[in-house]
Design a protein around this ligand. Structure first.
Ligand SMILES: Cc1cc2nc3c(=O)[nH]c(=O)nc-3n(C[C@H](O)[C@H](O)[C@H](O)COP(=O)(O)OP(=O)(O)OC[C@H]3O[C@@H](n4cnc5c(N)ncnc54)[C@H](O)[C@@H]3O)c2cc1C
Length: 276
C-alpha cells in the first residue's frame, strides 16, 4: 500500500514529477521544508510518507527580469530574492527581510511561503498589493492567475490537487510611495500591512492597501475615494478616507481591538504623509 511506504522522489523534470505524482497522489511537494518540519521538537522528524522534493527542478529556481516584470521561480529562497536588491519592489523586500532570521530565509522558498496551508504568510500581502501573477502547473496544463485569486479561499489556495506553483511574475511598476508595517505574532498569524501609491503629474493614479492577518483584506471602496485626487490631499478627503477605514476595520473577523487600532494608526500616518 502506497500510504505505508516512505518514499522520497527527486524529479529533475516536470514530466518525472507529474508521473510520480500520478502514481502516488498523496505525495507532498517539499520545497525548503521549513513549514513541513516546523514546531517538531522531537529528535525524529515526522514527514509526509511520500515526498516530492522540488530541489532538482532547476527551472523552478530561475530568476529573470524584463523591462516590465521580475519573474521568480517558486523554489527561489527568500534570501536570494532579498539579495537581488533594489530591483525587488520595496514592499516585497521589506516583507521578506522581516521573516524570521537569516538561517530560515536561506532555506524557505517563496513558493513554500505562498502554498503554506496554515494561513496567509507575509509575502502574500506584498504579492497581492503588487498584483503579482502566479503560474500553476498540472500534469497536462499550466495557467496564470493573479495573487489575489490564488489566495481567494480562506486557509487554502487556488491550487488544484496535484498542481504546483512554479513561477511568480511581479510587475515592475514604479510606486512613488511604499510603506510596510509588521505587527508581531506567530507565522501565519502575524499581521502585515502594505500601503502603495502611484502619482501622475501630482494626481494619485493608483493606491493599494492590503492588510494580512490569517486572511488577506483589501478595502477597494477606500481606494476609490482617493483615486484621481490631487496631491497633497486636502484634510476633508483624508478624514473621509480614515473614516471609511475605521468602518471597514470594525467589520474584520478575528481581529482584536488593539490590532484594529494599530491598523488605523498606520493608515492615518501614511495618509497624513500625502496630505497638506
Ligand atoms: C521559526 C519560524 C519563523 C517564521 N516566521 C515567519 C514570519 O515571521 N513571517 C512569515 O511570513 N513566515 C514565517 N515563517 C514561515 C516561513 O515563511 C515558511 O515556513 C516558509 O516560507 C515555507 O517555505 P518552504 O520552502 O520551507 O516550504 P515547505 O515547508 O517546503 O512547504 C510548505 C507547504 O507548501 C507546499 N509547497 C511548497 N512549495 C510548493 C510549490 N511550489 N507548489 C505547491 N506546493 C508547494 C508544501 O507541500 C507544504 O504544504 C516562519 C517559519 C519558522 C519555522
Amino acid at each position: 500500500m502506497a500510504d505505508q511506504l516512505n518514499l522520497v522522489f527527486f524529479p529533475s523534470s516536470y514530466s518525472e514529477l507529474f508521473s510520480a505524482w500520478s502514481r502516488y497522489p498523496i505525495a507532498v511537494p517539499y520545497a525548503g521544508g521549513t513549514a513541513l518540519i516546523r514546531e517538531q521538537g522531537r529528535p525524529i522528524l515526522e514527514l509526509p510518507s511520500i515526498i516530492l522534493s522540488l530541489e532538482k527542478l532547476e527551472e523552478m529556481s530561475r530568476i529573470s527580469r524584463s523591462e516590465r516584470y521580475l519573474e521568480i521561480g517558486a523554489m527561489a529562497k527568500l534570501s536570494q530574492i532579498i539579495d537581488l536588491g533594489k530591483i525587488v519592489p520595496a514592499a516585497l523586500r521589506h516583507c521578506l527581510e522581516n521573516i524570521a532570521g537569516p538561517q530560515l530565509r536561506n532555506m524557505a522558498t517563496i513558493g513554500g511561503s505562498l502554498c503554506f496551508r496554515g494561513g496567509r504568510l507575509d509575502s502574500a500581502a506584498a504579492l497581492t498589493a503588487l498584483d503579482a501573477q502566479c503560474e500553476l502547473r498540472g500534469a497536462q496544463s499550466s495557467r496564470w492567475i493573479s495573487a489575489s485569486r490564488f489566495f481567494a479561499e480562506p486557509g487554502l489556495s487556488a491550487l488544484k490537487p496535484q498542481e504546483l506553483l512554479t513561477r511568480i511574475r511581479i510587475p515592475l511598476d514604479s510606486w512613488d510611495y511604499s510603506a510596510y508595517k509588521k505587527f508581531t505574532g506567530q507565522a501565519g498569524r502575524s499581521k502585515v500591512v502594505i500601503f502603495l501609491a502611484k502619482t501622475q503629474k501630482n494626481v494619485l493614479s493608483d493606491i493599494r492597501i492590503v492588510y494580512k492577518t490569517g486572511t488577506l483584506w483589501r478595502n477597494k471602496d477606500s481606494e476609490s475615494i482617493l483615486a484621481g485626487k490631487q496631491l497633497p490631499l486636502n484634510h476633508r478627503i483624508a478624514a473621509d478616507f480614515i473614516k471609511n477605514w475605521e468602518t471597514f476595520a470594525s467589520g474584520l473577523h478575528n481581529v482584536d481591538e488593539l490590532s484594529r487600532k494599530e491598523l488605523i494608526n498606520f493608515i492615518e500616518i501614511n495618509i497624513n504623509n500625502l496630505s497638506d
